[in-house]
Design a protein around this ligand. Structure first.
Ligand code: NAP
Length: 288
């Protein structure tokens, strides 16, 4: 058996085309959806991520502002910038690229972002809203995974989903989203004694660990849906996920590749959240 591939690039294209249409409709009403991206320091991976985010905005008709600061920027200066962006009517979404330099408290900075502009979905108000099933911005990576299930018409109700990883930005929100769709959810982490015993029972596995080959073919139930969030480098320096793709694709029913899977979906959902933030501004919402 060879698994069907869930193509994150093709799905992203569809979703971004819809974003572009809705952004054009907003523009026609005098509102240009705007995202501000703040980058502090010279982290090479962060530089690539923010460039990709800014380019994706431009390609979809969203306005974006990239603010770059040296690693010496103080926490107070950064908080002042976030405060100014909170009050800027041209900006609907604010993203502070993580990690931040060690002298800046990332939690404090994220909490300073207005929940109405928290398009990364990392604010505790967004996390709380997801927890209690209220409207709010969902973190982009797990939100993108949910769109992938939707794209293949997969009904999560009653399915056993195993999420490997419990970070605040991927694992935990992923588990809550799956729960909201009535899956039975197990969260595994570095303290899980027998990961294989868990994953072998799973109809759905989401791997969000950051280690190669965390999930191999012998750990997967035939026909399972396998979503690979991991981003790692193999021995040749090529991008790869947490899943042994070549082995697992012979057992799984559906699988996401790396690259070309969850990665593009993450940026796409950032565009979706930014667009929705613009659509929810009082002037637009009132006239809708
Ligand atoms: P993280 O904060 O480092 O969390 C990793 C999680 O994996 C932790 O909960 C950890 O458990 C768990 N873990 C570590 N070793 C394990 C093992 N052997 N078995 C089971 N669980 C184990 O990472 P993250 O931010 O969630 O990101 C996870 C991966 O996704 C990374 O590769 C990251 O680059 C990637 N990522 C990709 C995208 C994308 O757009 N494609 C977006 C975000 C993240 P403990 O909690 O016990 O330490």
């Amino acid at each position: 058996m060879t698994a069907h591939i869930i193509d994150g690039i093709a799905l992203s294209k569809q979703l971004r085309a819809d974003v572009a249409l809705r952004a054009a409709a907003l523009r026609a009403r005098g509102v240009v959806p705007g995202l501000a991206v703040i980058l502090v320091g010279e982290n090479p991976a962060s530089q690539v991520y923010v460039r990709n985010k800014v380019k994706a905005c431009e390609d979809s008709g969203l306005h974006s502002v990239l603010e770059r600061y040296p690693a010496t920027l103080s926490e107070a200066e950064l908080l002042a910038r976030v405060d100014a962006l909170n009050r800027d009517p041209a900006i609907h979404g604010i993203l502070v690229q993580l990690p931040l330099p060690a002298h800046i408290d990332a939690h404090k900075v994220i909490e300073a972002i207005s929940p109405a502009k928290d398009v990364d979905g990392f604010h505790v108000a967004s996390a709380g809203a997801l927890m209690v099933g209220q409207p709010g911005f969902w973190p982009c990576t797990p939100y993108g995974c949910m769109k992938m299930f939707e794209s293949i018409g997969y009904d999560l109700k009653g399915k056993h989903a195993v999420v490997i990883g419990r970070s605040n930005i991927v694992g935990k929100p992923m588990a809550l989203m799956l729960l909201q769709k009535n899956a039975t959810v197990t969260i595994c982490h570095s303290g899980t004694p027998n990961l294989k015993a868990m994953t072998l029972q799973a109809d759905v596995v989401v791997a969000a660990v950051g280690k190669r080959n965390v999930l191999t073919a012998d750990m997967v139930k035939p026909g399972a849906v396998v979503i690979d969030v991991g981003m790692n480098r193999n021995d040749e320096g090529k991008l790869c996920g947490d899943v042994d793709f070549d082995g697992v694709k012979e057992v799984a029913g559906w699988i996401t590749p790396v690259p070309g899977g969850v990665g593009p979906m993450t940026i796409t959902m950032l565009l979706v959240n930014t667009l929705e933030a613009a659509e929810m501004t009082p002037t637009v919402a009132r006239s809708a």
